[in-house]
Design a protein around this ligand. Structure first.
Ligand SMILES: [Zn+2]
Ligand SMILES: [Zn+2]
Length: 237
């Protein structure tokens, strides 16, 4: 009889809990219309690392809005700290920058500082940009492409590299389908960047249109790419 009482009491408790759950505030249901709206409202935060020419920032924000149709918002300048330096202490480590600014928001870290990453046996290989594939954060440095060319050329390169790195975040790998495609691998040379158009080939455009936010979940294994280098599966935490 005692065990039956316990059973009965348990049943009552369960019934009460179930009732409580249903008598609480209504659970908001996400309508498909809302989802479409939030996708359209995707925002890429521009994070200047150290002082950045305001025109550089404007160019990147305009390019993101025009090319991908995303919103963009400027975050306050963050000064680079010594812990972001590479081992030589003469330049910054782009991988450390990605790790520092990685979050659930889409962030593009823009800097005029010199940065590098390891490439094979070379511990500090100067690069134009680096981004998680796929992921939420990428970074671009103007340091290696702003000297000895016209202002217009610098802005054109900046636009292409920013859109390329963001393309990696959106799930686009390097493209060998068309030499003019924005997702071509620069292989360490600015000539590739200059050759590319501000344009995605059909294959990359298809891939972009089918990529989804769900692919960019923190904790999953991803590849880390830069111009001229493919990292074999970096952990994204
Ligand atoms: Zn392509
Ligand atoms: Zn790339």
């Amino acid at each position: 009889m005692k065990s039956l009482n316990v059973f009965f009491f348990g049943f009552l408790m369960l019934a009460a809990m179930t009732a409580c759950r249903h008598s609480g505030r209504p659970v908001p249901v996400q309508e498909s219309g809302e989802e479409t709206k939030s996708k359209k409202a995707m925002v890429v935060y521009i994070q200047p690392l150290g002082d950045v020419d305001p025109e550089y920032i404007r160019v990147v924000m305009n390019a993101i809005e025009k090319f991908y149709g995303f919103g963009s918002e400027l975050r306050p300048v963050v000064e680079p700290t010594d812990d972001l330096l590479a081992a030589s202490k003469t330049r910054y480590d782009a991988e450390k920058i990605l790790a520092r600014f990685n979050s659930n928001d889409h962030v593009l870290v823009l800097t005029e500082k010199h940065f590098a990453t390891r490439k094979g046996n070379i511990p500090e290989w100067g690069i134009f940009g680096l981004g998680y594939l796929p992921g939420k954060v990428c970074t671009v440095s103007t340091y290696r492409f702003e000297n000895g060319v016209s202002r217009d050329k610098v802005l054109e390169r900046l636009e292409k590299i920013a859109l390329h790195e963001l393309g990696h975040n959106l799930g686009l790998p390097h493209c060998d389908n068309d030499p003019y495609c924005l997702m071509s691998d620069a292989r360490g040379t600015i000539k590739t960047v200059d050759r590319c158009k501000v344009w995605l080939c059909d294959r990359c455009r298809d891939e972009k249109d089918h990529s989804h936010e769900d692919h960019q979940v923190a904790g999953k294994e991803i590849r880390l790419k830069d111009h001229g280098k493919v990292f074999p599966f970096q952990r994204f935490t």
